[in-house]
Design a protein around this ligand. Structure first.
Ligand code: G6P
Length: 607
């Protein structure tokens, strides 16, 4: 992953770049660094392991009269999180500074070759080979050197590079990792995400794979992979970093959980009206709908969990195979794909490398692709036939909360609209759905209130050996998401097991120190689930249940959080809200970093 920002112009580069890094911390926070170039070409670098605050203390050590600079925030792939492995990287003479997001897959062989030729490495990163390769290829023109090096690389990259002999110039390149340039007046920018430079310019060029950008303060040029110059495709973006305020909350996660009534309402605005579901953005693929023979959801992490209930609904309504796949598996071992396979990719960031890889596999097979995305202007929005935005607003906390519920809801809306268009959903069924869908924001509010009870439950069960999350049917996706939230936030072991599977092995973990967290919905498998919970209690496991539409929960649970009654697909979505709160409270008990859990990043742009 990692975040990159670069600047050529008259403003104080180190401070501008540092402010940009703040907005990119969601891409990783293992280390950070800034390199600045003076008018005489000399390059100064400050970099520190750990979060950005560590780097901030070193900023005064950088010159104040720099004419350009590049900066980086890292999510470690190759090499531990240390000062030496932090970017920017440099060659032995200090003449080059380079930042990189991605992985150079053939770095070992390149490193062996470079070491044999006398280069000395000062880090254990894959990235450092780039610096030495550019140093070897450099003959007075940084862009030419980069073009000479790129064909030797395997992997993914977004890079920004400066050379001491060309003061004020930044050359950037991308392949399968996001990179934009920002066009200013007498100043130019480069960044992983427009948000990093939104305070200075909204005039953005999204680089395409293989392209190279060449910037100085007075202008920017763009080159295709074959070296020919291509016109700047300037787009005006509306991205703003200004919504990134915690307000009255201690953590962004708290704020984002609380925003769910609004974010869920926003997802439905203009889409659920007049007793039906109609998503205008799907008109773009209306010609494909009648011919669809299978539906494949692809996503990673929480977005994958968000797809499961929609896939089950699609299969039921359409009567054709529909399923969800983890994108990292799908991209290399896809199912049979073709023009009659509808692929629906879900991603908050729109930059997840595996999800983008799965979409490429689908498009190569001529499968129509719908993208469900939160981040406007992200790569995924430019890779699909139809794009349905979540409208959840910026999500800062690494753990997905409001984006998860909006993804689950939007996926359901898409399935309902497609089924209606294909003649698989009657007008009266559509009306029944819409009526209940419109109640979701209210249900989310009441689930937030009920979630208050999770504080005491977390205090009671913090210190348990592990947690088994369980349910059946639609509730199972919620159980998986609940387990994922708990793991990522509190570093406790948790897993999601379908209730009927517990007896086939996982039950041996159960006992007084291993609670079961159950999602209990009023569905046709309710009695079966209750029996499984009784089996857990017979092994003395405490049962914590989030319950919708079922009375007398005290008969099968030790602790209950009651949420509104609704059909299982909707109740499952609402049930995730108390489980988010459970994970949040457990993270507080653990003293963990709520918004930036260790080892994670919000946008995962490596495989
Ligand atoms: C990372 C995040 C997860 C997220 C996943 C997919 O692992 O930490 O919270 O679910 O990426 O992200 P996406 O942006 O594709 O939804």
């Amino acid at each position: 992953m990692c975040g990159i920002v670069g600047y050529a112009g008259p403003q104080r580069a180190s401070e501008l770049l540092f402010a940009g890094l703040r907005t990119l911390e969601y891409r990783g926070y293992d280390s950070a660094g800034v390199a600045t170039a003076a008018a005489n070409g000399s390059i100064s670098i400050q970099k520190r392991a750990g979060k950005l605050d560590n780097l901030q203390m070193a900023l005064p050590l950088l010159p104040t009269d720099a004419i350009a600079g590049i900066a980086h925030t890292r999510w470690a792939t190759h090499g531990e999180a240390s000062d030496a492995n932090a970017h920017p990287h440099s060659d032995e003479s200090g003449g080059i500074a380079l930042v990189h997001n991605g992985i150079i897959e053939n770095f070992s062989e390149l490193k062996r070759e470079l070491e044999a030729a006398g280069h000395h490495f000062s880090s254990t990163t894959d990235t450092e080979v780039l610096v030495h390769l550019i140093e070897s290829a450099y003959q007075g023109d940084l862009r030419a050197a980069i073009f000479a090096v790129l064909p030797r690389l395997r992997g993914q990259w977004a890079i920004a590079v400066m050379h001491k002999d060309e003061p004020g110039r930044i050359v950037a390149a991308r392949k399968e990792a996001p990179l934009v340039i920002g066009i200013g007046d007498g100043e130019q920018f480069v960044a992983s995400d427009p948000i990093a430079i939104a305070a200075h310019t909204r005039r953005i060029v999204f680089l395409r794979d293989g392209e190279v950008a060449d910037l100085t303060k007075s202008g920017a040029q763009l080159f295709a992979a074959d070296g020919s110059e291509v016109p700047l495709r300037i787009e005006e973006v509306t991205t703003s970093a200004s919504t990134n305020e915690k307000g009255e909350y201690t953590h962004f996660m708290q704020k984002e959980m609380a925003e769910q009534p609004q974010s869920l309402r926003a997802a439905m605005l203009g889409r659920v009206t007049d007793g039906t579901v109609r998503i205008e953005e799907l008109d773009a693929i209306s010609a494909n709908i009648a011919g669809i023979r299978s539906i494949e959801f692809v996503a990673c992490g929480s977005a994958y969990n968000a797809s499961l209930a929609a896939a089950a609904l699609a299969e039921r309504l359409f009567g054709i195979p529909a399923r969800s796949s983890v994108a990292s598996e799908f991209r290399y071992d896809p199912p049979a794909l073709g023009p009659t396979t509808l692929v629906i990719a879900i991603s908050q960031s729109g930059e997840t490398a595996d999800t983008l890889g799965a979409v490429r596999a689908a498009r190569n097979a001529s499968a129509p692709v719908i993208a469900i995305v939160n981040s406007e202007g992200s790569t995924l929005t430019r890779s699909a036939d139809a794009v349905v935005l979540l409208r959840a607003g910026v999500e800062v906390s690494v753990a997905a909360t409001k984006s998860f519920t909006s993804q689950a809801l939007t996926a359901l809306l898409i399935v309902l609209d497609l089924a209606r268009r294909a003649g698989h959903l009657s007008a009266s069924d559509a009306a029944g759905w819409s009526k209940e869908l419109l109640e979701i924001p209210e249900m989310a509010s009441s689930a937030l209130t009920a979630s208050e009870g999770m504080r005491a439950i977390a205090a009671r069960f913090y210190g348990s050996e592990g947690f088994m999350f369980t349910s059946r049917g639609e509730g199972f996706a919620t159980a998986l998401e609940g387990a994922l939230k708990l793991k990522e936030l509190s570093y406790l072991h948790a897993e999601g097991i379908p209730a009927g599977e517990m007896k086939h092995g996982p039950i041996s973990l159960l006992g007084p120190k291993h609670p079961v967290v159950a999602v209990v919905l009023n569905s046709h498998t309710l009695q079966k689930l209750v029996s499984n919970l009784m089996e857990a209690r017979a092994r003395l496991s405490p049962v914590i249940a989030v319950v919708s539409g079922v009375d007398e929960a005290g008969e099968f649970a030790d602790e209950t959080i009651m949420i509104p009654a609704a059909r299982p697909e909707i109740a499952a979505l609402i049930a995730s809200i108390p489980l988010q709160r459970f994970a949040y409270e457990m993270a507080l008990c653990a003293g963990a970093s709520v918004d930036q859990p260790k080892n994670l990043a919000k946008s995962v742009t490596v495989e």
